[in-house]
Design a protein around this ligand. Sequence first.
Ligand SMILES: [Fe+2]
Length: 279
Amino acid sequence: MIDLHSHLLPGIDDGATDVAMSLAMARMAVADGIATMACTPHIYPGMYDNHGDGIRAAVISLQAALDDDGIALRLVDGADVHLDPGLLDGLRDGRVPTIAGSRYLLLEPPHHVAPPRFEESVFGLMAAGYTPVITHPERLSWVETHYDLFVRLARRGAWMQVTSGALTGRFGRRGRYWAERFTSEGHTMILATDAHHPQRRPPLLAEGREAAAALVGSEEARHMVETRPAGIVANTAPDALPAALAAVRQGVVREAGAGVDAARGPGALRRLFGALRGR
Ligand SMILES: [Fe+2]
């Protein structure tokens, strides 16, 4: 599997605090079946002033430590990018890294407030040739009142990244409800761990893949942790990768690899159970 969202680099944000913790997390990831991991520290001007050169250097240094320790994890660079007026310029000049230098970037919306003109900002990035991957919409406090906004963004080609642990209840009932809803309604494009810590926020992706498989079938779940992440790292155009299950169900696209079985799968029933279980 490929995990495209982690705070594995030591000492540069609120993730791993030192190299020993990075190595412990990397060992856990490998044991979980993760072969490639993107190191995506926060870039949040004024709070986490990370930049492309520093991140790339830190990735090279941590990769050397992994290699020395015989940990078979391939690292690629990236960032968990806060929306900021200078974002597009930063992407163009390399201060803000995309995922593995591709057209895809992790875009982290503010947790507690719907930013003004969020849709316009996302569309602006897309018009400039980037594919924003919106991180953990299921965990935002304002998803409750703005779910339709995320559906509109997904329909227009922004990608939704749901947190693996949210699907398994690590972020509470409410996080699980929205994670299941994004996934069962066919808007989740990739799962990622958003790992910060070996115990509190562990780099575990297989459990999320299994939870997703119960909602949308194992083939679509595999697309979320293998096919689409591999396509991102290879900078494959989004329309050459398996389309969103929602688009397949609506007949917008004919072939997504997920197929008709997933569309007929247990998603609707699961959704009902999820709603009954409450938020
Ligand atoms: Fe993150």
